[in-house]
Ligand binder design. Structure first.
Ligand SMILES: O=C(O)CCC(=O)C(=O)O
Ligand SMILES: [Fe+2]
Length: 377
C-alpha cells in the first residue's frame, strides 16, 4: 500500500467529503413589502375522507386565476430540506473547475448539469448573478448522467429526497388538478410519471450578491419577467425576498415565504395541455430589500416537465369541453404533436443557448404551434 495513503489522512477539504456548516434560513426582511395573497394548500388533509375533493376546491382559483399557491404540511421533514440546501451551498463553494465539469448542454436544450453565471445582461456591463445545478430524476434512464463530487458523495440522500418530493407533493398536486379538470385522478400523474423519462430536475440555485449599482444596472435593462417552461415548479422556503408575481390585477407583488412551506406555480406546458385554463403566471426575481442585499440567495427548487411519452395535446377534460375549449382538432387522435421533451428542449435552447441575455421585447417563441411570449414588463 502506498505509505501516503496510510500515513496522511486525506484532508476533508481536498476530497470535499464534508458539507459546509449546515445551512440555515436567514432572518426574514424587516421591510414592509406588498405581499401577494396566496392560497394555502394543507397537504396533510389529502388522505382524509373527502380531503382531495376539498383541496381541489381550495386550489381551483389558485391554478386557474393566480397561478401561484403555497403548500404546507407536505410530510417532508424540514431537516431533510435543510440538508439539501446545505448540499447545494457546499456545491456552489466548490472551485470553478469542479463546478464546470458538467455544464448544461444548451446547444441541445438539455438543462441537466451546471449553469454558470457567465452571461452578460444585454449591454449593461453586468453579468447574470445566478448559478445553478440541475439534477435529473433518480431513475435508471439517468444513471449515466455525470455527477460532481459533492453530488456523488451525497447521492443516496439526494435520490431519496428527489423521489419523496415527487410522491409527497407533485403527485398529489397533479391528482388535485386532475380532479378540477374532471379527469381520471391519475391522468396527469401518468403524464408526468416519475419512472418515465422527462427533463424534470431538482435544482440548487444561488443568486450571488451584487452591489446596489449592479442590481440597478441589470434591473434597469430588464427585470426578467417570465413564465416557467414545464408543468409545475416548487420552491422551498428560504427567506431572502426577491420573487414577485404579476397578479391577475396586473400588479407586481412579493411572494412571502412560509417557513417550511413550498411555493408552487403552474407553468407553460400545463397551460398548453389545458388550452390556457391553468394559468402559467408571470414572475420575476428583483433586488432584495436593503436588509438582505448582502445575503446570497440560495434556492432549492423542483421543475416538473411532461416527458418523452407525453404528447403536447389538450387533455380530454369534460370541464374543458363544457367550457367550449376543446376543438375538433383537439379531439383528433391522429394529429401529430410534439412530445413534452421536444417542446421543453426547444424552449430551453431558445432561451439559454447564448452568451448575452437579451429581453426580446414584443417577440414570442413558437414551437409547432405552442406559443409563449418571450418578454414581460
Ligand atoms: O428564485 C426564485 O425565487 C424563483 C426562480 C425562478 O423564477 C426560476 O428559476 O424560474
Ligand atoms: Fe421562474
Amino acid at each position: 500500500m502506498a505509505p501516503s495513503a496510510v500515513e496522511t489522512p486525506v484532508s476533508q477539504a481536498a476530497t470535499g467529503s464534508i458539507l459546509e456548516k449546515p445551512w440555515s434560513r436567514p432572518a426574514p426582511t424587516k421591510e414592509k413589502l406588498d405581499w401577494a395573497p396566496l392560497t394555502t394548500i394543507d397537504l396533510s388533509r389529502f388522505d382524509e375522507p373527502g380531503g382531495k375533493q376539498q383541496l381541489a376546491k381550495d386550489l381551483y382559483d389558485a391554478v386557474t386565476r393566480v397561478g401561484f399557491w403555497t403548500v404546507i404540511n407536505s410530510g417532508i421533514d424540514d431537516e431533510r430540506v435543510l440538508r439539501q440546501f446545505s448540499i447545494g451551498n457546499t456545491f456552489f463553494k466548490e472551485p470553478l473547475e469542479e463546478k464546470r465539469r458538467f455544464p448544461c448542454n444548451f446547444a441541445e436544450g438539455e438543462y441537466f448539469g451546471y449553469r454558470e453565471n457567465s452571461r452578460w445582461i444585454g449591454d449593461t456591463g453586468v453579468k447574470d448573478n445566478i448559478e445553478m445545478l440541475n439534477i435529473p430524476k433518480a431513475i435508471p434512464a439517468y444513471e449515466n448522467v455525470p455527477k460532481n463530487r459533492i453530488i456523488k458523495q451525497h447521492y443516496d440522500e439526494i435520490a431519496s429526497f428527489h423521489r419523496e418530493l415527487y410522491d409527497k407533493v407533485l403527485r398529489k398536486l397533479f391528482v388535485l388538478i386532475a380532479i378540477i379538470l374532471e379527469l381520471p385522478e391519475n391522468y396527469l400523474v401518468d403524464a408526468h410519471a416519475y419512472d418515465r423519462e422527462s427533463d424534470d430536475h431538482l435544482r440548487y440555485m444561488i443568486y450571488n450578491v451584487r452591489t446596489q449599482d449592479e442590481w440597478d444596472r441589470a434591473q434597469g435593462y430588464t427585470k426578467g419577467g417570465h413564465t416557467d417552461f414545464g408543468s409545475l415548479t416548487l420552491l422551498f422556503s428560504q427567506h431572502v425576498a426577491g420573487l414577485q408575481i404579476r397578479t391577475p390585477e396586473g400588479e407586481w407583488k412579493w411572494v412571502q415565504p412560509v417557513e417550511g412551506g413550498i411555493t408552487c406555480n403552474a407553468a407553460d406546458t400545463l397551460t398548453f395541455l389545458t388550452k390556457g385554463f391553468i394559468k402559467s403566471t408571470i414572475h420575476r426575481v428583483v433586488t432584495p430589500p436593503k436588509d438582505q442585499i448582502n445575503i446570497p440567495r440560495l434556492g432549492l427548487l423542483y421543475f416538473s416537465r411532461p416527458g418523452a411519452h407525453t404528447p403536447m395535446k389538450t387533455v380530454p377534460s369534460p370541464l374543458l369541453d363544457r367550457l367550449g375549449l376543446l376543438t375538433d382538432e383537439d379531439k383528433d387522435e391522429t394529429r401529430e404533436v410534439p412530445t413534452g421533451t421536444e417542446y421543453v428542449r426547444a424552449r430551453v435552447k431558445d432561451v439559454h443557448h447564448k452568451t448575452v441575455l437579451t429581453k426580446r421585447e414584443g417577440t414570442s417563441f413558437d414551437f409547432k404551434g405552442l406559443k409563449v411570449a418571450n418578454y414581460y414588463d
